[in-house]
Design a protein around this ligand. Structure first.
Ligand SMILES: *Cc1c(COP(=O)(O)O)cnc(C)c1O
Length: 393
């Protein structure tokens, strides 16, 4: 297997926040990746649910090249037509999903999208009403406030003291959430499927109950669609499965198909709690990122990406469930986890899959995560399922 191994003679140039990688990839196309030795892999992780339209997608590549030769950036002291069009396209998607009119802020990542939502909750709630409740097992990003919202105490501990104003409750437990609400709470931030937390879909009725609670208590329902959004679950957004309408939606990952871009959408009356000077980013709506968003939405609409995710997701899930050694399969669309059960060792299986040319990840100690491009073929799914069957046997 081809990895770039760092030694005393060849030291790593990186700040060591990531474990040493197992493979060095140099090229991709669709679902396929190639390493430095020219070995082929099937990418069933999609760069952590980012590569919705496949690697080196020609529509996205052409959009980047054309925009790079036209205009990259002008700052937000000025307008650029690409950002306006991209924001209108995001607003149209969310209008179709919610029936509501809203406004978009562009940023560069999922963490920044959540930071923006957290600040918006504070501005909308007003002084004394700044607390945001989120779930244990959630993941909302690595910046300090997004980390504070992330319900993983072990990730907080090295960085104490954490920012004030965050509470966590068990995911799926409506009573616990209700008990955590007092007049200082401005918003609930929730994932429709906990992605990093182990691919845990919201229990039936949970999101609807949160919506009711938010309506009763005048709190914002903010949904983190960074991993679930942009067709991954078989709908444009994960919340559509629950038939609810959120107030604020954060997105990133597949929105850029590998180009770093994120966004927050909020209902217009909420979004306008922000006034000029309240928030910003040098790269908000930069023309290059906006050109990518425009290309991704256009292409996802053209191929009906949600329908592809639903169809291929059902196919993959059924095939995985039939493998001896897989005790259960969970998820939505093409965000899927195969549970190996008590005694299962997902890390070892994941490494063996990689040796055999399949990229996945151990999302828990006993579960493998699959998030291939939505353009994945049935033949590619069959190939991966056969390899997994062999590895588990
Ligand atoms: C990945 C992820 C984030 C963080 O996104 P970054 O782009 O890494 O900052 C936030 N929320 C969810 C649900 C995610 O899956």
């Amino acid at each position: 297997m081809s990895a770039t191994v760092f030694t005393d003679d060849n030291p790593s140039p990186f700040i060591p926040v990531f474990a040493p990688p197992a493979v060095t990839f140099v090229r991709g196309a669709g679902t396929e990746l190639w390493d430095t030795d020219g070995k082929r892999y099937l990418d069933f992780l999609g760069g952590l649910a980012v590569i919705g339209l496949g690697h080196a997608n020609p529509v996205v590549a052409d959009a980047i090249a054309a925009q790079a030769r036209t205009l990259l950036h002008v700052s937000n002291l000025f307008a650029n037509p690409v950002a306006i069009e991209a924001a209108q396209m995001v607003n149209a998607l969310l209008h179709e999903a919610t029936g509501l009119d809203g406004l978009t802020f562009f940023c560069n990542s999922g963490a920044e999208a959540n930071e923006t939502a957290l600040k918006l909750a504070r501005k909308f709630g007003g002084r004394g009403r700044h607390v945001v409740v989120s779930a244990y097992g959630s993941f909302h990003g690595r910046t300090l406030a997004a980390l504070a919202a992330t319900g993983q105490p072990t990730k907080h501990e090295p960085f104490f003291p954490m920012p004030d104003g965050f509470r966590h409750v068990a995911y799926g437990d409506v009573d616990a959430l209700t008990a955590a609400i007092d007049p200082s709470v401005s918003a609930v931030l929730i994932e429709t499927v906990q992605g990093e937390g182990g691919v845990i879909p919201a229990p039936e009725g949970y999101l609807g109950a949160i919506r009711e609670l938010c309506d009763e208590r005048g709190m914002l329902m903010m949904i983190d669609e960074v991993q679930t959004g942009f067709a991954r679950t078989g709908r444009w957004f994960g919340f559509q499965h629950a038939d609810i309408v959120p107030d604020v939606v954060t997105m990133a990952k597949a929105m850029g198909n590998g180009f770093p871009v994120g966004a927050v959408w909020a209902r217009t009356d909420i979004a306008t709690a922000f006034q000029p000077g309240d928030h910003g980013s040098t790269y908000s709506g930069t023309a290059l990122a906006a050109a990518v968003v425009r290309a991704v939405i256009t292409e996802m609409r053209r191929i009906d990406a949600p329908a592809l995710a639903a169809e291929k997701g059902a196919y993959l899930s059924a095939k995985l469930a039939a493998i001896p050694g897989v005790v259960s399969v969970r998820g939505q669309g093409l965000l899927v986890a195969a549970e190996l059960g008590v005694g299962g060792d997902a890390k070892t299986v994941c490494n063996a899959l990689l040796d055999n040319g399949v990229v996945t990840n151990a999302v828990t100690g006993t579960a493998l995560r699959f998030a291939p491009p939505l353009t994945v073929s049935k033949a590619e799914i069959d190939e991966v399922v056969q390899i997994l069957e062999r590895v588990l046997a």
